[in-house]
Design a protein around this ligand. Structure first.
Ligand SMILES: [Zn+2]
Length: 290
């Protein structure tokens, strides 16, 4: 276990975890996930939720947000069903916080969003605009954002480039522009009660992301998807100062494992203990209402 605040009490919260199973890595991920794995020199090994939870607890992490995935219209790959996320959450109710996913191109996406919260008791939603192939600021999606705002649960939006489809011809047809955080700024402005977490340092738009997080009271960010030693210095500076109440720890499991992220964090930053507590768990506890 890395010596960090909150680890002894298993209080650390990971705001961004995917399934380490075939449901995500093989079925939903498909060829675009294999491209990413080839590019980064990893294999797509799978393992169980039991092993996942044990791995987290060994690192002093007490909660993780488990994300659904539905990019079926744009990718042709099957979703990680919301019912599956809810089932896994129910198996480990003290550990997982379940976030659903709805495909904004599907005609029943609003109804599915309502079902996720009212029937499945999921705690929020994840959108991956590049994989799902949509512009969140487009007026046609406004009804979905109003619905989620009324449901009173938060949204995780993807931020920045994606490794999915990396180096494939045409990037498998995925469009990087949908990862621009400025598109999320429109959603945040029009829906002030909607709590929004922009996942990942939003390369190459980290500055835009910092500006949006600073200007919008309802927008936050996490540090998932990147080991801290590779995160843009200005992001790390803001995380320790102006945005210390808005930046959260996340891994992007299983692509990044908790021990390697937390070790890199401990080696890279020199934040006060009070700031480390905010980033590792206090901000997430407040955002997620834990
Ligand atoms: Zn992710």
């Amino acid at each position: 276990m890395v010596d960090l605040p909150g680890a002894g009490e298993e209080r650390i919260v990971d705001t961004h975890a995917h399934q380490p199973t075939a449901a995500f890595l093989e079925d939903a991920g498909g060829q675009m996930m294999r491209d990413a794995a080839d590019r980064f020199g990893t294999d797509l090994e799978t393992w169980s939720y039991e092993e996942m939870v044990a791995e987290y607890r060994e690192q002093g992490i007490g909660r993780a947000v488990l994300l659904g995935w539905d990019a079926e219209t744009n990718t042709g790959n099957p979703p990680v069903p919301n019912d599956h996320v809810a089932e896994v959450r129910d198996e480990y109710p003290d550990f997982f916080v379940g976030f659903g996913s709805v495909d904004p191109h599907k005609v029943d996406c609003v109804g599915e969003a309502i079902r996720c919260v009212e029937d499945l008791d999921l705690s929020g939603f994840k959108f991956q605009q590049i994989a799902q192939g949509f512009d969140p600021s487009a007026p046609r999606h406004d009804h979905l954002w109003s619905t989620i705002e009324d449901l009173g649960v938060p949204i995780v939006f993807h931020g920045g480039n994606s490794t999915l489809g990396a180096c494939a011809p045409g990037g498998r047809g995925l469009k990087v522009k949908y990862g621009d955080p400025m598109l999320i700024d429109d959603v945040a402005a029009d829906h002030p009660e909607l709590q929004i977490l922009i996942a990942h340092p939003a390369f190459p738009w980290e500055r835009e992301q910092l500006a949006v997080c600073q200007q919008k009271g309802n927008v936050y960010m996490d540090l998932s998807g990147w080991l801290p030693r590779y995160v843009d210095e200005q992001v790390l500076h803001y995380a320790g100062t102006l945005l210390q109440d808005k930046v959260m720890f996340g891994t992007d499991y299983p692509m990044i494992r908790p021990e390697e992220w937390l070790s890199s964090f401990a080696e890279t930053v020199d934040y006060d203990e009070s700031v480390q507590r905010k980033i590792l768990f206090e901000n997430a506890e407040a955002f997620l209402g834990l």
